[in-house]
Design a protein around this ligand. Structure first.
Ligand code: 4AD
Ligand code: MG
Length: 465
């Protein structure tokens, strides 16, 4: 007999004489004549009620079906007498596959997120994390759908790379352990690392530069993969390992880039709103009660666009005292991003045209707009509650200005010869951006800490897996 998933049982249009369910016990309630077991298999938020008659030959098994045990149930799908569910299953066979005793950490009482983080191997079985990781899966699907429907090609950029795309310097170095040739007289497990590729290599911080190679051949591309940064991993919105989506478009300027970013973010919200409705309702009940109205509001209105220069004026005139003083030329800090999105505009804001000195070497110098040549065609999308979720720009396609940018950032032209070649041979205006996948998940779930939207957070002290 084929297995029926709990979500399909909930959505059944007719009763069924014989179905097979497999999953884990959430709760059990015993009365004299019956036991009620709530079975969950991760296919949806809500468990399915299994009714086991005490006269059933298998009834002895039920006593072993504690919270957390895995079970297999055959039975009839019938209309439920109980409130809040359409269907329930009357068991004809009931089997415990794997027991769980009273030490099972996920007992019925609520647990703190901090505690659940310590049991990352069990937390996907909780209601909250089941919902988070279903939404994560759906969101990844929606990413591909958005780009594939628009004829963007998916490019796999390297994880191990010699280039530092962001110039931020916070990279993880990649080396090999040379265990075969330990220096004489030394323990062979002493860490003798060497560079496998004959030069220094790192885990990628961004697939952008390699993405540009493909945009300059296939026109519209996107990447979607893990990226690594050895930075700030102790804030609630920075992770050392996170996933990023990076589209890159040939023959595109900053306007087109901002338009795509807005359409993309709205598509993702609309998609999970439709396909993960029950999970989002759960978040809006237990995590953030403003979640659903906020998401609906974001879908309705165009995002505000505001130049960096205007943003700084707004911040200066706000009358606030800032922990990080703000004036033209300074980077926007979290407190400034919060003020712009939560207090001033009260909606998502795309800030564009940033000072050249605080942005990456590859961004296009803006000419003809004040202050002339002091800014680059960069854009960041800021959202209430989180701050930056997207960073992007139009790229400098003019060889001489790109070389100037590299010199300003003290980069060695020899290391980027291939990147400069893209400007030597058939250069085109092009633009792209990077969306932090976990930050987007925080936005659509209302969850406040990045460690709770990634299956295995890579933070100091948590890498047991
Ligand atoms: O603004 P960033 O650094 O931009 C880039 O990497 C560009 N190469 C993107 C491009 O133009 N193709 O990072 C992009 C986004 C940020 O807006 C943020 O959402 C996310 O990546 N991000 C992080 N997310 C989690 N943890 C971190 N440490 C992150 N650093 C950046
Ligand atoms: Mg950024």
């Amino acid at each position: 007999m084929q297995r029926t998933l709990v979500k399909d049982a909930h959505n059944a249009t007719a009763a069924a004489d014989a179905i097979l369910l497999q999953g884990w016990v959430r709760t059990r309630r015993d009365s004299k004549a019956f036991s009620f077991v709530e079975l969950n298999d991760g296919s949806c938020l809500k468990g399915l009620q299994i009714v086991v008659d005490a006269s059933l030959p298998d009834y002895a098994q039920v006593a072993r079906a504690h919270t957390g045990a895995s079970i297999e149930v055959r039975g009839k799908l019938v209309a439920s007498q109980g409130q809040g569910q359409k269907w329930e299953v009357v068991a004809t066979e009931f089997k415990v596959v794997g027991e769980a005793d009273g030490t099972y950490p996920l007992q019925k009482k609520g647990h703190t997120l901090e505690f659940l983080r310590e049991i990352a191997h069990l937390r996907p079985r909780s209601n909250l994390f089941g919902a988070v990781f279903r939404v994560r899966s759906r969101l990844a699907y929606a990413v591909h759908q958005f780009f594939q429907e628009r004829s963007f090609h998916y490019v796999h950029t390297p994880i191990i790379t010699a280039s530092d795309a962001e110039g931020a310097g916070d990279m993880f170095r990649v080396t090999t352990l040379d265990l075969e040739n330990p220096p004489r007289g030394e323990d062979k497990h002493v860490d003798h690392t060497k560079d496998f590729f004959g030069k220094k290599t790192f885990l990628t911080v961004s697939g952008q530069l390699e993405g540009e190679i493909f945009a300059c051949a296939l026109s519209n591309i996107y990447t979607f993969g893990p990226t690594f940064r050895a930075e700030n991993s102790n804030t609630s919105r920075h992770a050392a390992e996170f996933w990023m989506i990076e589209p890159e478009m040939a023959f595109c300027d900053l306007q087109g880039d901002m338009d795509l970013a807005e359409a993309f973010v709205k598509h993702l919200i609309r998609d999970v709103r439709t396909h993960c409705a029950a999970d989002l309702e759960f978040f809006s009940k237990f995590v953030d009660k403003d979640l659903l109205p906020r998401l609906d509001f974001v879908l309705e209105k165009p995002f505000v666009r505001c130049s960096y220069t205007e943003a700084v004026e707004i911040l200066e005139k706000s009358g606030k005292t800032w922990e990080h003083p703000i004036s033209w030329g300074a980077n926007l800090q979290a407190e400034h991003e919060r003020y712009l999105t939560e207090e001033h505009f009260k909606c998502p804001v795309t800030v564009y045209n940033y000072p050249r000195a605080i942005k990456a070497f590859y961004m296009r110098v803006t000419d003809g707009c004040a202050p002339d040549r002091q800014t680059v065609a960069a854009m960041d999308l800021l959202v209430p509650g989180i701050g930056e979720i997207i960073g992007g720009s139009q790229r400098e396609e003019r060889l001489e200005l790109l070389r100037e940018g590299m010199a300003l950032h003290h980069l060695d032209e020899k290391a980027y010869w291939w990147y400069l070649d893209l400007r030597r041979y058939g250069t085109v205006p092009h633009a792209g951006f990077g969306l932090g996948f976990e930050r987007m998940l925080m936005f659509v779930t209302g969850i406040g800490n990045i460690r709770d939207v990634i299956p295995f957070a890579r933070t100091p002290g948590t890498a047991d897996f």
